[in-house]
Ligand binder design. Structure first.
Ligand SMILES: *Cc1c(COP(=O)(O)O)cnc(C)c1O
Length: 223
């Protein structure tokens, strides 16, 4: 069997296992296959398996890989997982369905402006990225500012904010950060917590993740 198919089926099985094991906290759970750095042919293998939710980190790369794939498969849901510069908002909204890296006021204002100017229906979903470990080098709003920022994005910017996303610090205690993100979601009445990658998704599921984002575990090690 193809390596990617093999990995994918294993991961799906593992996710089901942890979802049942932690059924108290894990009610709804989806897998985002993170295809950054991997070519269209590899992605097509997963689409053929019936997988429809994917993640990419860069706008330009996403356009070159996904324009045709999305035309051929209208059920695909593409998530942006990397930082979004304000000058790429328009392009990003054209190719992505879910922006998981809403992390600052300037960006929210630019998105609002785009929706108004283009007079298109705002059907996108947004997750606010939280800098859950308060790390200098990482983007995201502060945990303490999350509730206010989410409310402002929903009420004043008219954005459909539906969840939070985090990339926790490298630590032996990742669960603490995942639990904190889940708590922040509940505090703001948000359904989705996007957390958990190849190395820590079981812990994220235990803490109430609704989207795990897995790249290496499916496609292999990136260059
Ligand atoms: C690359 C990336 C992932 C996937 O990471 P793996 O360790 O390869 O599973 C998930 N989330 C974000 C934000 C990423 O940049």
């Amino acid at each position: 069997m193809n390596k990617i198919v093999n990995n994918y089926r294993k991961i799906i099985g593992q996710i089901e296992f942890y979802k049942n094991k932690f059924s108290k906290t894990s009610k709804e759970l989806s897998l985002i296959a993170v295809s950054k750095n991997f070519p269209k042919q590899d992605i097509q293998i997963l689409i053929n398996e019936g997988h429809m939710i994917f993640g990419e980190n860069k706008v330009q790369e996403a356009i070159s890989k996904w324009k045709q794939l999305k035309l051929n498969n209208s059920a695909i849901e593409l998530h942006l997982l990397g930082p979004l510069q304000t000058n790429k908002v328009k392009l990003a909204l054209k190719i992505f369905d879910v922006i998981e890296t809403l992390d600052r006021e300037k960006l929210a204002k630019k998105i609002k402006k785009y929706f108004e100017e283009e007079e298109i229906i705002n059907e996108h979903k947004f997750f606010v990225q939280v800098n859950i470990g308060n790390e200098e080098q990482k983007s995201g709003v502060k945990a303490s500012h999350t509730k206010d920022f989410v409310r402002w994005c929903i009420n004043d910017m008219n954005l459909n904010v539906d969840g939070l996303m985090c990339i926790p610090p490298i630590s032996s205690n990742t669960g603490l950060y995942f639990k904190e993100l889940r708590r922040l979601c509940d505090d703001s009445n948000l359904k989705h917590a996007s957390m958990g990658m190849t190395d820590d998704y079981s812990e994220a599921i235990r803490c109430g993740s609704t989207f795990v984002r897995i790249g290496t575990g499916i496609f292999g090690v990136r260059d």
